[in-house]
Design a protein around this ligand. Structure first.
Ligand code: ADP
Ligand code: MG
Length: 331
């Protein structure tokens, strides 16, 4: 049998190709190949489950996204949801709807990227589904993690007076997207868009720190995502624009623009950093713990009892995105 394209390989040929590349993992009793996967849970832990879909030409474009990094990102954004709860990612399923003319090389590279990300974060691929698509590649990943019930962090625990924190830097992926749309490429910013690194260790460490009251991953910009914490915690907040952590690469790209693109850092999306809240007494401990994880975290605001989420500029004045003449930059 010829195996150099998808039509010759068929559904089961592709599944065994993926299964052969996948490695087993912790707690996997029966992996790919049976009607259902069987996994052994760690005693005393609860399961965390999250799922995300990626649609071609909605969430990614094959002309920008090489298959290796697409595979990595498909899993990374799911791992990020487990990290956001302080969970330990363990198992994943991968469901694909594939156009029949998709080159096998693309699928091999995609699988290689997916499994590399899995290996880096201790995740085992335990199943999925495979079918053909009439239009575009569809990727659906489900991730399952575990954690002790008392350590799981939700969006609902923020209290007035807590500080609002964020890991890493903001706006890099959104800046990367603007560059890629113009056919420009700055390696660091493009990688932040195409190959995000989920904050798995930081999430687990923060969960264990006893300091954090609420947490979320920043996928839609800190303004919107802190807004989810605020809503579910019944609080509001003030975000200080001047304290948002920005990378040197972001600042360099911003220098070439007519106005500073605050909107990209506030609501640009796809940062996959962690936003969390903690009592100010925990400040030093949090900084030290994050340093041990090899990342930085910065306080960027304060939780308030009034329900609004406000952004203040460097002069302490309310910042309105629409007044900055920068809406043309936000798609
Ligand atoms: P069923 O008909 O019972 O749904 P399938 O033929 O779809 O079974 O799948 C056979 C096995 O291969 C199952 O263990 C399933 O979880 C796994 N599988 C199918 N597609 C994928 C995929 N894209 N990635 C990983 N495992 C897959
Ligand atoms: Mg099936």
């Amino acid at each position: 049998m010829k195996n150099n394209n998808l039509v010759d390989l068929g559904e089961f040929g592709l599944i065994s190709r993926i299964a052969n590349a996948a490695r087993s993992g912790r707690g996997v009793v029966t992996g790919i190949g049976d009607d259902a996967a069987v996994t052994a849970l760690t005693s005393g832990m609860q399961l965390l489950t999250s799922t995300d879909m990626l649609l071609e030409d909605v969430h990614f474009r094959r002309c920008w996204h090489d298959p290796y990094r697409l595979g990595r990102k498909s899993l990374a954004i799911n791992i990020s949801d487990i990290a956001a709860m302080g969970g330990i990612p363990r198992w994943a399923t991968l469901s694909l709807a594939i156009p029949a003319d998709m080159p096998l090389d693309f699928l091999d590279e995609f699988t290689r990227g997916f499994l590399a990300m899995a290996g880096e974060h201790g995740v085992a691929l335990i199943g999925g589904d495979t079918c053909s698509s009439k239009q575009g590649l569809v990727i659906s990943v489900t991730i399952i993690g575990e954690q002790l019930p008392e350590l799981i962090l939700r969006r609902s625990g923020a209290r007035p007076g807590d500080e609002i924190w964020v890991t890493g830097t903001l706006g890099d992926a959104a800046m990367g997207l603007k560059l890629v749309e113009r056919g420009e490429g700055e390696e660091y910013l493009l990688n932040r868009l195409l190959d995000p690194i989920p904050r798995t260790t930081a999430g687990i460490v923060l969960a264990g720190s006893g300091q954090v009251t609420a947490m979320i991953d920043v996928s839609d910009g800190i303004l919107g995502d802190f807004g989810h914490i605020a809503e579910l915690s019944g609080v509001g907040g003030i975000i200080r624009l001047a304290d948002l952590p920005l990378s040197p690469q972001f600042r360099a790209a911003a220098a070439g623009l007519p106005a500073f693109p605050h909107a990209l850092a506030l609501s640009g999306g796809e940062d996959y950093e962690l936003c969390f809240t903690a009592h100010p007494d925990g400040r030093e401990k949090i900084i030290a713990l994050m340093k041990k994880c090899g990342i930085e975290a910065a306080p960027v605001g304060i939780v308030t009892s009034s329900p609004e989420v406000a952004v203040l500029d460097a002069n302490g004045q309310p910042f309105h995105q629409s007044h900055q003449g920068f809406n043309h930059f936000v798609s």
